[in-house]
Design a protein around this ligand. Structure first.
Ligand code: AR6
Length: 172
């Protein structure tokens, strides 16, 4: 944590009182397991209703909705790549996710945003690679943004927390 504009914490992203939380969704945007399921449960059925109107989202892109019963005002839904060994553009697509979430945040006046570890659960992207990409993209965006002030990385497990802390300490 070299920058005070980035904070790495262990916790549950559904509890974050920020302007926007990011959802690691699938391309239907109609819910699923993992963090997606947790966000839909906490936000209530109105979130699914709004998502139905969006018509899905391609991998690497992002869409914004309201937060409904969440403490967060908005949910930014992004679709991470499924890890298939690294030769299918997975790293670029994951970087696109972070950048496109932040662009949408900026366009919507989001000052504080919380990210889960996109693609590193059901989609099996290796955490050490993923968190380096996440830190690099968010750092670069924040350095150039006059709107987005602070980003949180919400690690669900102690192992993920350690991976992010190590990557941050190495300056990744
Ligand atoms: N708060 C923060 N992080 C969480 C939470 C939570 N409440 N719950 C889980 N995580 P995953 P993916 C972590 O599988 O790999 C869904 O079914 C989890 O430990 O949620 O992008 C979608 O619908 C892991 O570190 O997302 C898609 O089909 C991280 O969130 C698919 O899974 C991401 O794991 C997307 O897979």
């Amino acid at each position: 944590m070299r920058s005070e504009r980035i904070e790495i914490v262990q916790g549950d992203i559904t509890q974050m009182a920020v302007d926007a939380i990011v959802n690691a969704a699938n391309s239907t945007l109609l819910g699923g397991g993992g963090v997606d399921g947790a966000i839909h449960r906490a936000a209530g059925p109105e979130l699914l209703e709004e998502c139905r109107g969006l018509g899905g989202c391609p991998t690497g892109q992002a869409r914004i909705t309201q937060g409904y019963r969440l403490a967060a005002c908005h949910v930014i839904h992004t679709v991470g790549p499924v890890w298939r060994g690294g030769g299918r553009g997975e790293e670029q697509l994951l970087a696109d996710c972070y950048r496109n979430c932040l662009r949408l945040a900026e366009q919507n006046g989001v000052k504080t945003i919380a990210f889960p570890s996109i693609s590193t659960g059901a989609y099996r992207f290796p955490i050490e690679r993923a968190c380096r990409i996440a830190l690099r993209e968010v750092r670069a965006f924040l350095a150039a943004s006059k709107v987005v002030e602070k980003a949180y990385f919400i690690c669900f497990s102690a192992a993920d927390l350690l991976a992010y802390q190590n990557a941050a300490a190495e300056g990744a």
